[in-house]
Design a protein around this ligand. Structure first.
Ligand code: MOS
Length: 743
């Protein structure tokens, strides 16, 4: 069929920005040139709690090229109000104000900015800044702090508190024939995208052009305007390319503040780039303790689910994520009780990291489900099918679509799950024990307000503009595909301009919602253009299109045609022979009626094979099959990459990643890539991604759901479950390192 073959959405498409990236032409925040550029280097605290008694900058000032050293003693005036410092995704509390006072709240806190004519001079001088502290007593140990855990008074925007209990979970648990109850713990995980946080602030007579590593240019712009009391027309923030962010760039980071502060003070352009070490202090997945209790009958049918979580936060903000709510809607159960608490630690405020909350909560739930499978003797996949839910019982809503059954079926088949001998330790290959494990994954499919303009030029090319962000997720290509698909143009004919606060309003790129939200805005803009083109066609080609509505037409190969009669067509360039471009705006917003009655979710089933060395306890993840239900897939090539990345990060969570705090000093001990391990190529073997068919007419006009986060969810549990199957040893404390396996 003509319409199917011409559809651009769903075709594996190379990144349209790929050439720029591989040739180095794509610039990142620290790469933008500026005349007479100054360089800032951050001095950070070497204690976790206390106060600065004195900062001696005399030696540092002798370094040639040093212009200025800014500390809390020379802090220029800033807004007093918390709200001016709060950003789009800020948790409730008092946002951190760099260099604001002599108080130290966490290890690695910025305490001075050295500004010099060269990066090297600034760095040398920073080493000569002498600080005298009064050292306080830190607590960075969640176990010690959790006695004082509390339910957050104010909820973080966009984060749902746990739902009300259903039935009587405690009584149902007590009465259950089959019980599983266990504690699950995980350490801090630290953000390590390739691009470091950096800001180049170009100063031009009071006007600032700011290149910032961020997941939202307009979020950074609003922050700078709030903190420094500047007018938006004098502050433009650009982030056309972002070298990975994974949630770390959802909030403005201190280098943005420091670069702008120095720039305004010195009336010069200033760049501040943090080092890899500082990345470890900036934002991290929170330290978490959870308990899950499942009660079932002998067949494995769940009757009671209890899930409690405590997470570490800072002393000044109540960071929150959705950790336990998944347990209320993952499976059918008449009795549930879910609780969520925070405990204050002397650390920086934790932050969002890929699938925040779900990566954590689903790890506990899906490990507990595997334990229930062992207890009941029911196959893990069958156990999940037995407890399948078609509704979100907590909110009494249907899912807009849920093809999780297909994930179980297709994933198991491709993986060869039926060859699994359920007996732990029964499968081996020489001195390697083989383990097969699986888990389910859950994530929201959000749509948030987003705007875009599309301009169709008379020569048949089109331009998209939106203050959207591409953090490596493929936004450029996704938006081009939407416009190409709607307008019937080739992808090459579409120019995409994003990553600029001057462009139409968009939120931060997070929550796996950019493609669905900005994509819908582009779609709506294209539809408005098509309406105008159809009117034009009716005017000039009256006979052919007189009775036609937009639904009766097809736009393809640069022409408009009647659906029933594709032979009858007119070239768009002919309709635009007056040479005038057609520009329209599109505004996406969540459908209120749909939101009232439905829940938009993505689902997955992850299957993992591990090999565990008998003598060395070394674990290798040799095979992963990730089956994903995420609605219509816009670009299978980019979509597959998203899931591959999620699985790799999940393997890091399962086997490698762990921030070590020395609780005596409250300091992070492994703030480098030698001692904080992330998966390298040698750690990764076969990963296969399946997208199951899932048609969704409700979630948004395109039927697409986000893919940035679902890929990581469930992976750590699946790896742990596979280790159990290989060894008979149940691990509940992430990461699953060798010491825990041979212990
Ligand atoms: Mo994501 S953790 O919402 O960038």
């Amino acid at each position: 069929m003509a319409s199917a073959s011409s559809s651009k959405l769903g075709q594996p498409t190379r990144r349209i920005d790929g050439r720029l990236k591989v040739t180095g032409a794509a610039k990142y925040a620290a790469e933008y040139p500026a005349e007479n550029l100054l360089h800032g280097y951050v001095v950070v605290s070497t204690i976790a709690v206390g106060r600065i008694v004195s900062i001696d900058t005399r030696d540092a000032r002798t370094v040639p090229g040093v212009l200025e050293i800014i500390t809390h003693n020379s802090y220029p005036g800033m807004s007093w109000w918390d709200r001016d410092w709060q950003d789009e995704t800020a948790p409730p509390g008092h946002p951190f104000r760099p260099l604001h006072s002599d108080r130290i709240l966490f290890d690695g806190q910025p305490i001075a900015l050295v500004v010099a004519e060269s990066f090297e001079a600034a760095r040398d001088a920073a080493a000569l800044v002498h600080v005298l502290y009064e050292v306080g007593e830190p607590n960075t140990d969640l176990r010690a702090a959790s006695d004082a855990a509390y339910v957050p008074k104010q909820k973080r925007q966009g984060i749902q508190p746990p739902p009300k209990p259903r039935g009587d979970a405690e009584a149902a648990f007590a009465a259950a024939a089959m019980k599983v109850e266990a504690e699950y713990t995980q350490p801090s995980e630290h953000h390590n995208p390739i691009e470091l946080f950096a800001t180049t602030c170009v100063y031009d007579d009071g006007k600032l052009t700011i290149y910032d590593k961020t997941q939202g240019s307009q979020n950074s712009q609003a922050y700078v305007c709030g903190v420094f009391d500047l007018k938006p027309e004098n502050v433009r923030v650009l982030n056309p390319f972002v070298g990975g962010a994974f949630g770390s760039g959802l909030r403005p980071r201190y280098q943005l503040f420091l670069a702008v502060m120095a720039s305004l003070k010195l009336k010069r352009s200033v760049r501040v780039e943090v080092s890899r070490r500082e990345m470890f202090y900036l934002s991290y997945r929170p330290i978490t303790e959870q308990t899950v209790a499942l009660g079932a009958d002998p067949s494995g049918k769940l009757h009671s689910i209890q899930h409690d979580a405590v997470q570490g936060t800072s002393r000044f903000e109540d960071y929150q994520e959705t950790v336990v709510n998944w347990s209320g809607l993952a499976y059918q159960a008449d009795n549930t009780a879910l609780t969520y608490e925070l405990a204050q630690l002397d650390t920086d405020t934790p932050g969002d990291m890929r699938a925040p909350g779900a990566a954590t909560g689903v790890f506990a739930l899906e490990t507990a489900m595997d334990e229930l499978a062992v207890t009941t003797g029911v196959d893990p996949v069958e156990l999940r099918k037995l407890n399948y839910t078609y509704r979100d019982e907590d909110n009494d809503k249907d899912f807009t679509s849920k093809a999780l059954h297909a994930c179980y079926r297709e994933g198991a088949e491709r993986f060869g799950w039926s060859e699994r001998n359920p007996e732990p330790g029964s499968m081996r290959d020489g001195h390697q024990r083989i383990g097969y494990g699986m888990a389910g994954g859950f994530w929201e499919a959000q749509v948030v307000p987003a705007e875009a303009t599309v301009r169709l030029n008379a020569d048949g090319t089109a331009e998209i503009k939106a203050a959207a962000t591409d953090i490596g997720t493929g936004t450029y290509t996704a938006l081009a595909l939407v416009a190409a698909d709607e307008l019937g143009l080739s992808v090459e004919a579409i120019d995409v301009e994003i990553g600029d606060s001057d462009l139409p309003t968009n939120s931060v790129q997070g929550g796996s919602r950019m493609a669905a939200s900005a994509g819908t805005a582009v779609l709506l803009a294209c539809r408005a253009i098509k309406e105008r083109l159809l009117k034009q066609a009716q005017k000039t080609k009256g006979n052919m299109f007189a009775q036609a509505a937009l639904e009766d037409t097809i736009f393809e190969n640069g022409s408009i045609a009647l659906k029933g009669d594709p032979g009858q067509s007119v070239a768009l360039t002919e309709l635009m022979s007056d040479g005038k471009a057609i520009e329209e705006g599109g505004k996406a917003s969540p459908d209120k009626k749909v939101a009232q009655n439905y829940l938009g979710y993505t689902h997955s089933a992850v299957f993992v094979e591990v090999r565990v060395d008998d003598d060395l306890g070394m674990v290798r993840v040799v095979r992963v099959v990730s089956a994903i239900a995420a609605g219509r897939i816009m670009n299978p090539k980019a979509a597959r990459s998203q899931i591959l990345g999620g699985v790799v990060m999940g393997i890091g969570m399962a086997l490698h990643e762990e921030g070590f705090f020395d609780h005596r000093t409250g300091r992070i001990m492994n703030h480098n890539l030698a001692e904080y391990h992330v998966p390298a190529n040698a750690d990764i073997e076969d990963i296969e991604v399946i997208f199951v068919d899932e048609k969704d007419d409700l979630i948004n006009p395109m039927g697409v759901k986000g893919l940035g986060e679902i890929g990581i969810v469930g992976v750590a549990a699946a790896v742990g479950n596979a280790i159990y199957h290989a060894t008979g040893k149940r691990l509940r404390d992430l990461p699953f390192t060798i010491d825990k396996i041979i212990a």
